[in-house]
Design a protein around this ligand. Structure first.
Ligand code: PRP
Length: 221
């Protein structure tokens, strides 16, 4: 698919493809899955942090010269969509130890694939913050849109939301960019398609199950 300005796909380097090759393999050991997916998560988070606003800042260097630099905005927070999004939270904590973290618990009904919101707890001033929405899988986009609506209901402007996806379906990207056009999305891969069971093809299986070790097999759900 042609991705618009608000969809940021990581550069498809040979290294990234080699990592994807390891973690997409259904025989990938869990420790390898965790290790290599964390490397991709780190790249995704760095790309997402690049999209935040910066303000001008000058500093004096040790040789007495002036460096015309930039300062990070402090008005940010992260919101993982439990459960799979929590795989990204620990990586973000390494990059930004003091970042405020909200939580949204959304689970898809195993049969209908429709999302259900179970729980939310967000920073009180979230409406004034830029939000990194941590949601590894974008399949039908039902869960992502439900999470975006929770943030909008809390007063977060759509253009303050940066969604971090591990892999995304063309159908899911189309839905989010059509229905919530100001939301920005960072992803490491745009998949070929969704199959009739709403699984991404070629896909990666159930990210949460593989990352947290709650299944014996990495086979696609
Ligand atoms: C997975 C994934 C996303 C959602 C994506 O969650 O983590 O939240 O499916 O699918 P969608 O775009 O079709 O909504 P799941 O409900 O399987 O729970 P998990 O986070 O515990 O794996």
């Amino acid at each position: 698919m042609t991705t618009g300005d608000n969809v940021h796909v990581l550069p498809q380097t040979d290294q990234l493809r080699a990592i994807h090759t390891i973690i997409r393999d259904k025989h990938c050991a869990r420790e390898d899955f965790v290790f290599y997916s964390r490397r991709v998560i780190r790249l995704l988070l760095e790309a997402g942090l690049d999209l935040l606003p910066f303000t001008k800042k000058e500093v004096t260097t040790p040789v007495g010269a002036t460096y015309q630099g930039l300062a990070f905005t402090s008005k940010i927070c992260a919101v993982p969509v439990i459960r799979a999004g929590e795989a990204m939270e620990s990586e973000l904590r390494d990059l930004h130890p003091g970042m405020r973290i909200g939580k949204i618990l959304i689970q898809r009904d195993k049969r209908t694939k429709l999302p259900r919101l179970y729980y939310q707890h967000l920073p009180a001033d979230i409406a004034e913050r830029h939000v990194l929405l941590l949601e590894p899988m974008l399949a039908t986009a039902g869960s992502a849109l439900a999470a975006i609506d929770v943030l909008r209901d809390a007063g977060v402007p759509e253009d303050h939301i940066i969604m971090i996806n591990f892999i995304s379906s063309p159908e899911g990207l189309r839905r989010v960019t059509t229905e919530r056009p100001a939301v920005r999305i960072v992803t490491s891969s745009v998949e070929e398609r969704l199959n009739e069971h709403a699984f991404m093809i070629p896909g990666i299986g159930d990210f949460g199950d593989r990352f947290f070790g709650t299944t014996d097999s990495g086979a696609a759900k």
